[in-house]
Design a protein around this ligand. Structure first.
Ligand SMILES: Cc1cc2nc3c(=O)[nH]c(=O)nc-3n(C[C@H](O)[C@H](O)[C@H](O)COP(=O)(O)O)c2cc1C
Length: 291
């Protein structure tokens, strides 16, 4: 660079520093030697390839670091979109940031007691917490019906309110299907019993089979279904085939996914786990009794 008069006109101090740098002098000597070599020589070919790799590595590293804040922002935006969607508050023209800020209240809940806890609700990452031994609980084989091995002690739940009254309770759920852990949200009425909607925002089941968990037609079948039977047990689950609405107990049944019994069982199990005593039963009890 110090030899490049045009560049040095603008980068004067840098060129001066490079001029006095012993390593740069060595590099410049080697560069001139390589450039003088025959184009077909092995040394020139390898040197040019290495230089190209070096430049590309710098570019990729720079892009990864520079784009990180944008990725974090996009991830947060996507999560808000999923929550608004399951709450039935997402239209084509919805301003996601504003709608979320105005209509959704995020809260931290101690899953074991069902009590709200203080903390930085925006920064809290339940998925990260589930991997941290200080913040998670290990599940025994008998407890782990959803196939998740451990869960965070604190969950992040979302409320949609109309004044002081709760319109929707949005609970994070996850569990193993056939190929993947399926992450989603279950939206309930304020009675803590009636399902409004379900969505899975992160799963890797086979498209067209287990991947039908994201199909809007199938998801629509969940609306109005009931979670708990008269004895207070989680009764909601998927059944093989189509549910006959005239048959008793239809309010606890959703059509299973055709050709995807294992994913269907996974969905049933994750609902059973998260709505049961190991999951949000304590929290929902408190909402029902205290509001
Ligand atoms: C390539 C391939 C992908 C599959 N993907 C899924 C899946 O995502 N979820 C699932 O439950 N079953 C999947 N299955 C089918 C299961 O292996 C199993 O046969 C099925 O769950 C049984 O469901 P059925 O009794 O409704 O036919 C897949 C099968 C194949 C060959």
């Amino acid at each position: 660079m110090p030899n490049d008069k045009k560049l040095c006109k603008y980068l004067g101090p840098l060129c001066e520093k490079l001029d006095n740098c012993e390593h740069y002098q060595k590099f410049a000597k080697y560069r001139d030697k390589v450039l003088a070599l025959n184009n077909d020589s092995l040394e020139k070919t390898i040197s040019v390839a290495l230089a190209l790799c070096f430049v590309c590595a710098i570019l990729v590293s720079f892009a990864a670091v520079a784009l990180r804040p944008l990725q974090v922002e996009n991830k947060a935006m996507d999560m808000k979109k999923n929550i608004l969607e399951v709450a039935g508050l997402l239209q084509d023209d919805t301003d996601i940031h504003n709608a979320f800020a105005q209509q959704i209240e995020a809260k931290l809940v101690d899953v074991a007691t069902g009590d709200y806890v203080d903390g930085d609700v925006v920064a809290y990452d339940q998925r990260k917490a589930a991997k941290d031994p200080a913040l998670n609980v290990e599940l025994s084989r008998g407890q782990d019906i959803a196939g998740i091995k451990r869960r965070a002690k604190i969950a992040k739940v979302y409320l949609v309110k109309d004044g002081d009254a709760i319109k929707s309770i949005i609970l994070p759920v996850h569990g193993y299907g056939l190929w993947s852990t399926m992450y989603g949200f279950l939206a309930l009425d304020a009675d803590g019993q009636t399902v409004q909607s379900i969505n899975f925002y992160d799963q890797a089941e086979t498209p067209g089979l287990g991947g039908e968990v994201v199909n809007p037609n199938w998801r629509a079948l969940w609306s109005g279904k009931k979670l708990y039977d008269e004895s207070g047990q989680v009764a909601l689950g998927l059944v093989k085939g189509v549910v006959d609405p005239a048959k008793p107990g239809a309010e606890y049944k959703v059509d299973g996914l055709a050709g995807a019994t294992l994913t269907s069982v996974g969905v049933t199990n994750l609902v059973k786990y998260w709505m049961g005593q190991e999951g949000f039963a304590a929290y929902l009890d408190k909402i029902k009794t205290k509001g």
